[in-house]
Design a protein around this ligand. Sequence first.
Ligand code: PRT
Ligand code: ZN
Length: 285
Amino acid sequence: MTNLKIAIQAKGRLNEKSIELLRNAGITVNDSKRRLLTHAKGFPLDVLYLRDDDIPQAVAMGVADMGIVGRNEVAEKQFEVEETMPLGFGGCRISLAIPDRDDYTGLTYFNGKRVATSYPRILGDFFSRNGIEADVHTIEGSVEIAPTVGMADAIFDIVSSGATLVSNGLKEVESVFESEAVLISNPSLSEEKRKLASHLIFRLESIIESRDMKYMLMNLPADRVAEATAILPGMRSPTVLPLAQEGWCSIHVVIEESKMWDSIERLKAIGAEGILVITMENMIK
Ligand code: PRT
Ligand code: ZN
């Protein structure tokens, strides 16, 4: 039987979250990092552990059918792969940063400047789109120290909290590229693998969609149901069940976490009681 082969980061920032995502999709992978390739349980899947830099090429060449990698690597490497879906973790941006003490005068600041980065293509494209002529220096790793040691005037690097920039006497002046972990696919998968891939994608979509959703239930006087329904935008409409106590019912609804507290206050105001909020693992549409 054919197995789908997925490449994930062997170690680093995306490794654990990638394994956790697969686990939530009912797929257990043996997390032994000494092996390059392992069989998963719960899905016809082989997992290939690679450096993140190598994942776009592995998928483009068909060494792996799919991969989980930062969008930044996909954009920089420019191999022919499909971005199948964003995965909602590993969020970061790639930004231009300059020494703290410098005044930033806008993009023309970079004309004639030496900018160190591990993302020369993304940066080169950005500069040429904006008519900036800078000297792009490619360096791997520890980009943030380049200005201090005199290798560059500015840097273009991944930023998440910004703490690394601050501790190196730099300030972020332009955010150029937004990234997160994405699922990528080889564009010419066989029919059989495409089918397997669609099952995997279905599971991952269900997990990701349910991430920010909560399941909420409460008791409410039956004559307030219409008002509650107006407050609660559920997947369809809320489920309303009669309670043993005359004149009361129980309402169940799936709701976005961001809207939950506001709704709870309004529901209490119309007499809702015993409100329970439950975290969902999965929401199958
Ligand atoms: O060994 P391998 O080549 O596989 O790993 P790697 O060292 O190249 O990559 P790794 O594990 O550091 O990152 C993998 C992916 O995680 C990146 O390609 C991004 O898509 C994503 N990601 C998310 C990040 C960050 N957040 C991040 N903060 N990658 C790197 N950083 C670094 C950044 O380079 C800087 O040094 O963290 C520092 C900045 O963090 P803040 O919070 O101080 O701003
Ligand atoms: Zn890497």
